[in-house]
Design a protein around this ligand. Structure first.
Ligand code: G6Q
Length: 542
């Protein structure tokens, strides 16, 4: 592989390092006071998203230097390579084309000389026809009953997107259908998902790209048994199971008619797949038209990312801010705080997207990085978080940049709830940035000894993303913005955001341990003394 200048030896990086020393002592109070135009200067209104990053510990020079950095690492070339279908996932020798999943019918994107767009739309059309049959009651269970329950069985990328999208778009879903999601190999997950359901009215979507994932196959086999225990005929499997997979052979072996298999491709990574056939449960829930609107939202953000100048490019700005805090301020985490109950699973979804993508310490050249990479993402919807962990963000010793996400219009107008919700979101951003001085606290009458406890240093950074209304299209834009921001960070850090070798070792060891747990005789254990003792204790106590 061509040798690439290490990130921390690049001129732009060095310039940022010395610039950081000047910015670090600056307070957001001073920055705002010095520039009445600051909010306007550091806000981008694009693709229907109002993105205010003025409450960050940056100056115009910071942004100029960060933009120099992306030029030095050739972000433009990397973006073009992704959209062109180059095999940028080098450790798996794959193209990375989630953008093709939402490309319009007349687009052309080539992998190995083949235009992949017609295939994408063929699958979407097949999904639409299936979703309509289930939604209209034409698709019947084995005994002739209408399907009322849909259970998605999948894990990781084959679960988190479908769960998040179902919750986020529940307002648009068919309320006569029940949706559940089974992922964990813990039998409780399956047992609780089906305990009140009639097998004759239940359809399972087995979502697994490989169709070999241990958890998913274990749950799918249990689902099969549960169904057959009630319906007592192998033929029932065809009415009650469909598959989303790239592996037709394994799907057929399971007993699912491959006519009821919805395909995708090796150029779609699991955590980038919620808008592929993995979104089948989403489409059944919200209907094909809403699903197409979701895809249109993704595509609008793709186009913005591909064409907008970097200085006004939402994923680029978001990615650069993550770099700025991770690498210069030493921030370890980013909190995503949606002020919308429907987005309650959005932080969990982003955890996989961001942390499985950029949790890497090896560069594309196979060397250990000499700088920090992927931050920890976490969060909860407002206002709940305010009554739990916000204390640490306001007065703790750790710097935690925050993304606030809120909407001008609520989908459930009840009294003044929405104004209260949004008042809290705006208040938190303001309080984090500007805090409250000891003098102000004392002026309010706090005694000297209490004043330090009631003082807020402020200078806690946040982005506020304000959008009109949570629609399928807007959800697509939000997800795509984070997807592309992850790529921007990965390009800067010179790592591969599209593989996930770090999940392999645990899987291999679990396979070794499984027979040791099942063995009747006392097995010879060759692990370390701690693991050996845990296995023995479990065997004795189960
Ligand atoms: C995501 C990962 C991973 C994957 C699951 C499920 O990027 O690849 O989370 O989605 O391991 O894999 P299958 O869809 O093959 O069952």
């Amino acid at each position: 592989m061509a040798s690439v200048k290490p990130l921390d030896e690049r001129p732009a990086w060095k310039a940022l390092t010395s610039h950081f020393a000047q910015v670090k002592p600056l307070h957001l109070r001073e920055l705002f006071a010095a520039d009445p135009e600051r909010a306007r200067r550091f806000t981008v209104d694009a693709a229907g998203l109002y993105f205010d990053y003025s409450k960050h510990r940056i100056t115009a020079e910071t942004m100029a230097l960060l933009l120099n950095l992306v030029d030095e690492v050739d972000l433009r070339g990397h973006i073009d390579a992704m959209f062109r279908g180059d095999k940028i996932n080098v450790t798996e020798n794959r193209a990375v084309l989630h953008v093709a999943l939402r490309a319009p019918r007349d687009a052309h994107i080539f992998v190995d000389g083949e235009d992949v767009v017609p295939g994408v739309h063929e699958v979407l059309d097949k999904m639409s026809a299936f979703a309509e049959r289930v939604r209209s009651g034409v698709w019947l269970g084995f005994t002739g009953k209408r399907i009322r329950n849909i259970i998605n069985i999948g894990i990781g990328g084959s679960d988190l997107g479908p769960v998040m999208a179902y919750e986020a778009l529940k307002h648009y879903s068919d309320r006569s259908l029940t949706f559940r999601f089974v992922s964990n190999v813990d039998g409780t997950d399956f047992a609780e998902a089906v305990w009140d359901l009639d097998p004759a009215e239940t359809l399972f979507i087995v979502a697994s790209k490989t169709f070999t994932t241990l958890e998913t196959m274990t749950n799918a086999m249990s689902a099969r048994k549960w169904l057959l225990a009630a319906l007592k005929d192998e033929k029932a499997v065809a009415n009650h199971f469909v598959a989303v997979s790239t592996n037709a052979t394994e799907v057929a072996k399971f007993g699912i008619d491959t006519a009821n298999m919805f395909g995708f491709w090796d150029w779609v990574g699991g955590r980038y797949s919620m808008d592929s056939a993995i979104g089948l449960s989403t489409m059944v829930a919200i209907g094909p038209d809403n699903f197409r609107a979701l895809l249109a939202g993704f595509h609008a953000m793709d186009e913005h990312f591909r064409t907008a100048p970097f200085a006004a490019n939402l994923p680029v700005l978001m990615g650069l801010l993550a770099v700025w805090y991770s690498n210069f301020f030493g921030a370890e985490t980013i909190a995503v705080l949606p002020y919308d109950q429907y987005l309650k699973r959005f932080p969990a979804y982003l955890q996989q997207l961001t942390m499985e993508s950029n949790g890497k310490y090896i560069t594309l050249e196979g060397k250990r990085v000499t700088y920090q990479t992927g931050p920890i993402f976490w969060g909860e919807p407002g206002t709940n978080g305010q009554h739990s962990f916000y204390q640490l963000i306001h007065q703790g010793t750790k710097l935690i940049p925050v993304d606030f996400i809120g909407f001008n219009q609520t989908l459930n107008p009840i009294g003044d709830h929405h104004n209260q919700l949004m008042a809290n979101m705006f208040a938190q951003g303001e309080a984090l940035a500007f805090g409250k001085t000891t003098e102000a606290v004392k002026t309010e009458g706090a005694p000297d000894w209490l004043a330090p406890h009631r003082t807020f240093e402020g200078n806690r950074p946040s982005t506020t993303i304000l959008v009109d209304r949570l629609t399928p299209e807007v959800l697509g834009k939000l997800v795509a913005m984070y997807e592309h921001s992850v790529y921007v960070q990965g390009v800067v850090w010179n790592i591969n955001p599209f593989d996930q070798w770090g999940v392999e070792l645990g899987k291999v060891l679990a396979k070794q341990i499984m027979p040791e747990l099942e063995s009747k005789a006392d097995p010879a254990l060759g692990h370390d003394s701690s693991t050996n003792a845990l296995i023995r204790r479990y065997r004795a106590g189960r």
